[in-house]
Design a protein around this ligand. Structure first.
Ligand code: FNR
Length: 375
């Protein structure tokens, strides 16, 4: 396909190609609070920095003369075929960034056939997102609530709306220490940006004693996370849904093994984009040990620090089945709404395709055989 051979010399586009410029332009456009919330990480941001820096320790050792005129970028996950080896990571409270928030992202993802993982703490409800992106692949990300009924109800709603998988985020049993948000005195939850799925949930509404805005937000804050979360909850979730369940936030290979023992269908190696515990290992550094432990028993996805096509090649070569794209699409949303997300995605698609080809892989499967050297 022609798009594999596009170069920036052939276009008059003004939309940023460089992810660094994308971020800089988004910063100009966004409010200080919204940009701070999106960009920042936990603590002193050691992990946030490592997430991107660690990729540079891995070098691709390409092999040429393989006929890479047709690169098959498709993947298969849980019986579905997706056209690209990436999905959109769950990013909550997107109304901080753009009025159309998840609706714009879901529409862009639908148009380009990229699976979208919708966050529990969205600015639009599951049903609203489903309505604007009917028939397109979507997964639902769950923050396990202190009130189990709310969680199971949301899972049921996602099932009914045709979502294809449940992603339980496990690294968020409480709030991360986000110094930038604290300095800005900014809590997007308190500002009401993440409430859509709660105020449309019968289980949540039945716990409400008063329905004024302050009481609603307070009740969400009480219910959002579950510090007692343990493996028995994972087993319980498996019993409650027929959809595949993935755990997002696995870094330790032993946790990957326990996930499989508890019936989990997929693993997402992630440190939440460096936003939770600072000082944890970068995702790409955590990946090889998890891949070795899992040994192909379940699919392994990865996020945190994926910025360019070469990052995708490295992740696939190190054993990931797909990657999740995070902050870059939020910056695209900030710059130009749905069209901005589409731009970020099409650039990323073209870059991924040409990176695979230039590394000598004609398919995602073949990418597994690309040699990677670690510094
Ligand atoms: C997130 N992430 C996230 N994860 C999750 O499971 N539920 C959520 O609601 C959110 N919300 C959220 C908001 C914002 C502003 C960001 C940047 C991230 C984490 C996200 O899914 C993913 O793990 C990271 O974004 C990956 O890191 P990079 O690639 O964005 O740096």
């Amino acid at each position: 396909p022609k798009d594999a051979f596009i170069t920036n010399l052939e276009t008059t586009e003004t939309f940023p190609f460089r992810v660094e410029e994308l971020e800089a332009k988004a910063k100009e456009k966004m409010s200080k609070n919204a940009f701070g919330y999106t960009r920042s990480g936990g603590g002193g941001e050691e992990t946030l920095r490592k997430n991107t820096a660690s990729f540079e320790k891995y070098s691709i050792l390409p092999q040429y003369l393989n006929d890479v005129s047709n690169v098959d970028t498709s993947i298969e996950l849980f019986g579905h075929t997706y056209r690209h080896p990436f999905l959109l990571a769950p990013i909550g409270m997107l109304k901080t960034t753009h009025e159309e928030a998840e609706l714009a992202v879901a529409k862009a993802a639908a148009k380009l056939d990229v699976p979208y993982i919708q966050s529990t703490v969205s600015s639009y409800a599951i049903e609203e997102v489903a309505e604007v992106s009917e028939g397109s692949p979507k997964w639902f990300q769950l923050y396990w609530s202190n009130n189990e009924n709310i969680s199971f109800n949301m899972v049921k709603r996602a099932e009914e709306a045709g979502y294809q998988a449940i992603v339980l985020t496990i690294d968020t049993t409480m709030f991360g220490w986000r110094e930038e948000d604290m300095t800005n005195r900014f809590s997007p939850l308190k500002a009401g940006y993440g409430k859509a799925n709660y105020i449309t949930d019968s289980a949540f509404l039945s716990t409400l004693k008063q329905d004024d805005e302050a009481s609603v937000v307070e009740e969400i804050l009480q219910n959002i996370y579950h510090p007692k979360l343990s493996w028995k909850h994972v087993a319980e979730l498996k019993k409650r849904t027929s959809l595949p369940v993935l755990l997002k936030g696995i870094l330790h290979p032993t946790d990957a093994r326990l996930a499989i023992e508890n019936g989990v269908d997929g693993i997402i190696v992630s440190n939440h984009g460096g936003r939770q515990l600072d000082g944890v290992i970068s995702s790409i550094d955590a990946l090889p040990a998890v891949v070795e432990e899992v040994g192909g028993e379940v699919p392994i996805l990865i996020d945190s620090g994926i910025r360019r096509g070469a990052d995708v090649v490295k992740a696939l070569a190190l054993g990931a089945d797909a990657v999740l794209l995070g902050r870059p699409y939020a910056y695209g949303l900030a710059l130009a709404g749905q069209a901005g997300v589409e731009k970020v995605l099409t650039n990323f698609m073209q870059q991924t395709r040409s990176s695979l080809a230039l590394a000598g892989a004609s398919s995602v499967k073949a990418a597994r055989n690309i040699h990677i050297l670690k510094d």
